[in-house]
Write a protein that binds this ligand. Structure first.
Ligand SMILES: *Cc1c(COP(=O)(O)O)cnc(C)c1O
Length: 435
């Protein structure tokens, strides 16, 4: 039996165990072809975004904001057009005043659904925060259910694929067919745009009038096309994830078919006013610049993700997706096997963060979750998960959900800090490592 002899090495002042660094070098070798593909996608999307800026004549005046009602805000209106072009939409609403992804999804659902309509989720139970919006949990908040909107769902098959036969049955009399692209807090695979195309085909085959809405959170710019190219009618997401590029301080977007975007605009402000009002204050520049940087920022997050899967695999931790799987989002879940590993990993990610590196995250009873949750997020924008972050409910199978990395260098070092913390807490088996 090999005796493990610790040898800490100092890298720019970070003290990291030699074997972790060797594993990092191997993980990077194993990531090379994926990195090249990520760079090609980033170039394609970067060019697309640049062309959208040029075609829509973004000017210096657009970067200035408005106050009061915000009538005639050229910066806000032009940003909508640039964003729409970049994601292949007829129209878009991009607003700092959208509080979160859940808020954007809520405005979109209330925008297009009316009493007596039915919404069907085609990808199983939606993300946790949507449950109270739909009315699956809680009462008195004015959920869709309280407004007489029916909900049904089609669960994914055990292999994570859509259940086409069930979709066909349930979408027949539905107004909205809802698809969640990302995995959320589950181990199911994220959907690629071609996977979404299959679902859209089944849904529209059953009911050509059904409005297909995609929760696009974490998916923007991961591939060359967005779900609208796959036939979806609306896509919705958060600006403190992918499309804000790490620069947008807050906000969300709704994009897609013009008539539907207009309906959503009346929920965003009020009937009759819609998108005509809504001061951009001094947020335009950040939203433009964030969109401009987003393809590259997403590439950095994806590289950090691929590196994470490869290095965690070397240490014997299974990841979803596997290192070489096609991705539809930036999230990686790492099966940490037990709560000690999980907590050490998250504390290490925090130690390697630019902001609040000196605080130690603790598991807590977060509202809306049925087990304790630990979150590591040392971010410039509060809660921004395009920045390196890790969170995990403390329950079987002890999966850490890791995402982000504004730059690859800092994302990679964040992961190395996590492994170092695991090593120091006796959570890494160094002798079984073969590098
Ligand atoms: C982040 C996210 C949302 C929205 O969450 P907010 O915290 O409200 O921005 C919705 N769906 C999925 C899949 C998400 O990842």
């Amino acid at each position: 039996m090999e005796i493990f002899d610790p040898k800490p090495v100092t890298v720019q002042g970070f003290e990291i165990e030699e074997r972790i660094l060797k594993a990092a070098a191997r993980a990077e070798e194993n990531s090379e072809s994926a990195f090249r593909e990520i760079d090609r996608t980033a170039r394609f999307n970067g060019e697309k975004v640049l062309k959208a800026f040029i075609n829509n004549k973004v000017s210096d005046a657009c970067l200035k904001g408005s106050t009061g009602y915000g009538y005639g805000d050229i910066g806000r209106d032009t940003l909508d057009a640039v964003f729409a072009e970049a994601v292949g939409a007829e129209d878009a609403l991009v607003r700092h005043s959208i509080a979160s992804g859940t808020h954007a999804l809520t405005a979109a659902l209330f925008g297009v659904l009316r009493t007596g309509d039915k919404m069907v989720s085609l990808t199983g139970r939606p993300y946790d925060t949507l449950e109270e919006v739909i009315g699956l949990r809680g009462q008195g908040g004015g959920s869709l259910a309280e407004f007489g909107i029916e909900y049904d769902q089609v669960d994914l098959l055990p292999d994570g694929k859509p259940d086409v036969a069930e979709i066909f049955k349930k979408v027949k009399n539905a107004k909205v067919a809802y698809i969640q692209r990302s995995r959320g807090y589950s181990l199911r695979p994220s959907l690629t745009v071609s996977g979404i195309a299959e679902i859209v085909k089944a849904a529209k085959g059953a009911n050509p009038d059904v409005i297909v809405m995609v929760d696009n959170c974490y998916g923007e710019f991961v591939e060359r096309e967005e779900p609208l190219a796959a036939g979806a009618d609306l896509i919705v997401g958060s600006l403190i994830k992918n499309p804000g590029g790490g620069i947008a301080p807050t906000g969300g977007y709704i994009a897609g078919r013009k008539d539907l975007v207009e309906k959503c605009s009346y929920r965003l402000t009020c009937p009759g006013v819609g998108r005509e009002a809504g001061a951009s204050l001094d947020q335009n520049k950040a939203l433009y610049q964030g969109l401009f940087l987003a393809p590259e920022t997403v590439a950095n997050a994806l590289k950090t993700a691929v590196f994470t899967t490869n290095i965690m695999n070397l240490f014997g931790f299974e990841t979803f997706p596997a290192p070489d799987a096609r991705r539809g989002d930036i999230i990686t879940s790492v099966l940490m096997k037990n709560s000690e590993n999980l907590i050490a990993f998250c504390k290490g990610v925090q130690k390697g963060s630019p902001i609040d590196s000196f605080v130690s995250p603790e598991p807590w009873d977060m509202p809306g979750y049925d087990s304790q949750v630990i979150m590591a997020a040392g971010t410039f924008n509060n809660g921004a998960s395009i920045e390196l972050s890790a969170d995990a409910p403390l329950r079987e199978p002890y999966a850490a959900y890791v995402q982000g990395g504004l730059t690859y260098a800092t994302g990679r070092m964040g992961i190395l800090c996590a492994l170092q913390e695991m090593f120091e807490k006796g959570c890494l088996n160094m002798t079984s490592l073969r590098v």
